[in-house]
Each structure stands twice: as C-alpha cells, then as structure tokens.
Design a protein around this ligand. Structure first.
Ligand SMILES: [Zn+2]
Length: 266
C-alpha cells in the first residue's frame, strides 16, 4: 500500500484487518497518508491513538502511552471482562471509552431489540394485572397477545422519540461549534448504555411491594448511563450530556402523552 516507491507502512489491527497505517518512510502520496488515521482513543483524555500496544518481536507486548497525557492509552486491554463490566456498571468514563472506541462490540442492535422486549413485557404484564377478567373473549385476546405487540410498538415509538430528542438537541450545538457529530457512534453508545432496561425482567418476575421503586431506580440508572455515554462520545461536560438526555426524555414523554391521548397504541 502506498505510492509504490520506497516508502513503507506499519500495519495495526487484529487478525488480517488493517485498522491503521503509520508512515515509516517518506512518501508524498496524499491519499496513502490520509489512510493513516488513528482508530483508537486514549481512555483517560480521549486523544486519538494509533495503537493500543506495541508488538515487539518474540512475543513481547507493551501497552502504548498517550502522547497527550502520558498515561497508558487503554489499560483495560489487560483487564478481565468482568472488571470492565463492573466499571461500566459504575458508569466510569474510562470503561465507556474502552467499550465504544477501542473494541469491536457490535451487539447494540440486538441489545436494543431485547431492551424493547423487556419494556413491552413490563407494560404488558402491568396491563394484564389491571384488566384481568373472567370473560372468555378476554381470555382469547390474552392468548393472541396482541396487547404485547402493541406495547412493543409503543416502546419502539418512545425509543425513536427519545433518540430524536437527543439528536435534535445536539445537532445545533455541534453545528454552532462547527464540529461533526458522529451519529452512528452516538446511536451505538446510546443503545449499548441502555442495557439497564434488562433489569426490568427480574423486577417483574420477582414482584414485591417495592416494584415501583425498582422501576424508578432502573430508569434513573439508564438515564445516568445514557448521559455518561453522550459525554464520552462528545467529550463534553456532564451538564451538556445531562441536558441532551433530558431533551430526549421530554420528547419521549410528550409523544407518549400524544400517543395515549390519541389512542394510537391503546
Ligand atoms: Zn491521554
């Protein structure tokens, strides 16, 4: 790769995939130099990094240091996944940066659908409890589970509204700052950071007097996690990310009321 002259490039990445190229020799080929972008981020200061570790010959590896803060670019590459998960549950920005920027986790789509199913199940079970009757027609309706699909539609609608609220808040700010908003990465981060919704299932199954308190705490956890994900992606202040999440929640609540009032999903 390159201009075909005497220059050469060093390859970084896992397996056969080339994630970055650094120029070793001298080259005037602009296109080849443009390829040489930094695919990773320092988990401490969010500065771009070309590599997470240096691979010396005879199996000696050394963690790279950040050129900006002089700390290890990503200490988590040595850590056990359980430790990383615990740090992510504690909403540590470093763990979020490691997962979003320095790994190839691509389960956000499936996780998003699964979280929607959990929300739909919660609403469906609450609805069943409040409307239980001995009418055979109702029994047939429960068997067909149309209500469940309706609740899934409502949960999907709310998620779309929430995401639109967040993006509608952030786009003008980024436009004013003349910076690009990495929409795909932000969407991935928001879906991944909503994993707390999975806790709804055990909260419904082990129903007790404090279930409503549990649902509120789960909601608070998801909001905190989403806010931290936005902060990590934008490298912004806590207040900005919190306002973005509140904007999303406002949009979600407004259209939720609209859907209920207009009998769209009822
Ligand atoms: Zn750094």
């Amino acid at each position: 790769i390159g201009c075909g002259s005497e220059c050469s490039y060093r390859k970084f990445g896992r397996g056969n995939e080339v994630k970055a190229l650094t120029l070793v020799g001298n080259c005037s080929d602009d296109m080849a130099i443009a390829i040489a972008s930094a695919p990773y981020r320092c988990i401490e200061c969010c500065e771009e990094a070309i590599e997470l570790y240096k691979d010396y010959t005879n199996g000696v590896l050394k963690i790279s240091r950040c050129s900006s803060c002089q700390k290890p670019v990503d200490k988590y590459i040595e850590y056990d996944p359980v430790i990383i998960l615990i740090d992510a549950i504690l909403c540590k920005a470093q763990a979020f940066r490691h997962i979003i920027f320095n790994t190839e986790v691509n389960i956000h789509g499936k996780l998003g659908v699964f979280c929607l199913l959990c929300e739909a199940y919660l609403r469906w079970s609450q609805r069943q409890g409040s409307q239980r009757s001995s009418d055979p027609a109702d029994f047939i309706r429960y068997t067909k589970e149309w209500d469940f699909y309706r609740m899934f539609g409502l949960a999907l609608f709310e998620l779309v509204m929430f995401l639109m609220g967040v993006f509608a808040f952030l786009w003008p700010i980024k436009w004013y700052e003349k910076k690009d908003l990495d929409s795909a990465k932000l969407l991935k981060a928001l879906l991944l950071s909503s994993y707390g919704k999975l806790l709804l299932i055990p909260a419904v199954i082990w129903e007790h007097d404090y279930s409503n308190l549990c649902f509120s705490l789960i909601k608070l956890f998801v909001i905190t996690s989403n806010s931290q994900a936005i902060r990590v992606i934008l490298n912004s202040s806590r207040w900005l990310s919190l306002l973005a999440v509140l904007s999303g929640l406002l949009m979600e609540t407004f259209f939720q009321e609209f859907a209920i009032f207009g009998n769209i999903f009822m």
